[in-house]
Design a protein around this ligand. Sequence first.
Ligand SMILES: [Ca+2]
Ligand SMILES: [Ca+2]
Length: 719
Amino acid sequence: MRYILPVLFLLLSVTLKSQISLTIEGKIYTNSDASWVGVNIARAVPTTLMFKNNSITSSNITGYMLQAGDEGISSTNNNLDNAIITGNKFVWKGTDMKSITHGLFDAHNINTIIKYNYLDHVPMGIIRKSANNMVNTSGGVAYNIVKSGAVGINIKGMSNVNVYNNTMYTDRTTSETWRGLIFIYTNKDITPYSVSHGTKIYNNIFYTKHQTYCIQIDDPESAIGLESDYNIFYCESGTPVFYYCGSRKTFAEWQALGYDTHSKVINPNFKDLVNFVPTARLDYGKDLGSGWAKGLSVNARWGTTDPETANQNGKWQLGAIVYEEIVSEPTPPPVPVYSGSVINEANPSRLEMTYNLSLANVIPVTSAFTVKVNSVARGVSSVAISGTKVLLTLANPVVYGDVITVAYTRPSSNPLQTAAGGLAVSLSAQAVINNRSAPVNQPPSVTISSPTKGVAFVAPATVTIDATTSDNDGTVVKVEFYNGTVKLGEKTTAPWSFTWKEIKEGSYVLTAAATDNSNSRTVSDPVTVVVEKAAAAINQSPIVTISPPPNNNSLTSPATITLTAIASDPDGSIVKVEYFLEKAKLGECFTPPWSCSFEFDNEGTYDITAIAYDNLNSSTISEPVSISIIFKREYPDLMNLYPNPNKGKFALDIELQSEEHEQLSVTIFNLTGRTVYRDIMATHESNKQIDISDSQAGNYIIAIYEGARILSTKQFIKQ
Ligand SMILES: [Ca+2]
Ligand SMILES: [Ca+2]
C-alpha cells in the first residue's frame, strides 16, 4: 500500500496531467543528527509548492536542510517548477567548517521564487542548480538574509538566475572558505556541461569580515550574460575582493571588467548582526519593477507567520531590509527671488534681470515682460535665460538718461522657474539701472556767411554780419559777434544777424561764436573786411558876378561906388567876397549882400573883379565889371517885381531897351548867395510868373543876366 499510492499518483498525473498543490507552512524541524538528510519535498508529480514560514534547525554535516528538487537528471525534474519558498529560517548548528551541508536546495526546477528567508551559519546557503542547462524565465532569489556560510548563493549549471536585494554577510576567514558569497560556475559533473549564463545581481549587500570573495565567477562561460550593478560591497579588512576565472580581483579590478559601475564600497552600518538593519536607508538601488518591490521590514522576524514586509519607496534601497516610506510634508522648492535689473553700455538693447537662483531653461513668452522707457512701452523681441539671469532683447536700445522699468506677469505656461520647479512670482514695474554713459556733446558749428572775405566797404560803413549755425545733437542758444577780441554784440534767437554801424576806415577781423544748449562754444573762422576811406566829394566852385553899380556910365569923379556881388554856391555857402581892381585888393565883406563901397578919385575906366569863397575855401573870380568914371547917366530899371513882399509867387515884368539883347536869364539868390531859382527868358518874353513858394521866408535878390553879365538886380521879401 505504501508503494501503491505514489504509483497511483504517478498514473493519475500522467493520465490526467494533473498539477497538485503542496503547501507546507509554519512547521518547525529540529534535528541534531549529523547524518540527517533534511526535509525532502515530494515531487513525483507536477506540484505547485508553497514552502512557507517554516523553521529548520540542524547540525548535519552533509546532505540538505531543505531538498526541493533533484540532484541529477531525472524523470521528476521540473515537477516543482514555479515553487515559492518564502519566510523560512534555516539555522545550522554544526561546528565543522568543512561541512558541505546544503541549506535551501532547489535544483532541476525553474522559475522558483526564493524570498524572505533567513539562513544562519548554513555551510552552503541557497543552491540553484541543473545538469541539463535549465533556463529560468522568471523567479529569483530575493530579499534573503544569508549569514556566515561557506557560500551564500550557489549557481551551478543554471541560467538566468536573478539575485536581487539580498543581504549577505560572512565572518568566515579565507581559510574557513574558498568560496564567494555568490558562487557561479559551470556544472561539469556530467557531459555535456551545463552552463550558468545570464545571472543578474542587483541591489545586494555584500559584507565580508575578512577578504573572502564577494562574487566568484569560476569560468569564462559563467561570465556570459552576467550583469552586476547597484550593489554595496564592504570588507572590514581591506578592499572587497572578487574571483574571476582563476584570478583574485580588487574592487577596482572587478569594476575594470565592466561590473558594478554604479555600486559602492561603503559600510552598510548594520545596527546588529542579527536582523541586519542598516542604520539608515541605503538609497543606491536600481528599480527592479513592481514584482520585486516588496522587501523585508526593519521589524521582520521569523517564526510561523509571515515576516513583516515593506515596500520599496522613493529611490530603491539595497539589501533585504527596506525602510518604510517616511511620510513628511513635501518641502516646496525654493522660489527664485528677483534681485535687480540693469542695462549696460556694452549692450544697450539687452535688459538683464537677475535672480538669486539659477533658472531652468524654460522661456516664458515675451508678453510676460513689460518694459517701459520713459513711461512708454518698449517692445521685447526675445527672452533668453542664462544661469541666474533673464535676458530681454529690446526692440530698440535705450540711451543715456532713459528711465526704465520692467515688470513680469507669470504666464500659465513656461513661467520663470528653477530646475526644482520653484516659480518666480510676478513683479510690478521695477526700476532698471541704466548704465549707459553720457554722450559726449558735439560742439556747434558756425560760419560767417556774410560778409564774405574781401568785400570792401566805404566809411562810415554799416556791415551786417550773418552767421550760419548748426548743432548735430542739440540747439544753438547764443551767437556772439566779435571784431578781433572786442565783442560787438550777441543774439540769443535766430536769425543770427548783427548790424555794426558807423565803422571807420580800417581792416577788421570779424568772428562769430556760437554756444549750444550744452554750453559748448565754437568760434567761426575769421572774415576780414576792409572799410575804405570815403572818396572826397568834389566841391563845386561858387558862382559870382558883380552887380554893376547903377549909372556907371555917368559917374562923376570922385565918386563913391557901392559894389554888390551876386554870389552863390551850388553845394555850400559863400563865406567871403573880395573885390579887386586889377590885382589890387579893394576890400572884402563877409555877409550878404556882399556890398562894399569904394572911393574913386580918378577919372578913368576900371575893370573890377570879385572873388567869392565858399565854405570849403573854393573860390571863383567873377567876370570883370568895367566902370568908367567919366560919364554921368541914369541906368534904366529893367524890371518890375510885384507884389513885393510876396509869398513866393509873384510876377516879373522886364522892359527891354532894345531888341539887340542876347539871351536873358533870371536868377534868384538868398542872402547867403545860394541859388534858389534859375530860368531862361524866351525871346521877346517880357513877363514871367515865378514860384519859389517852397523856399524859406526871407530876403532874396533877383538878377537879370544877359549871358554872364548882370543887367539888373532887385531885392524882394518872401513872407
Ligand atoms: Ca551740441
Ligand atoms: Ca562849393
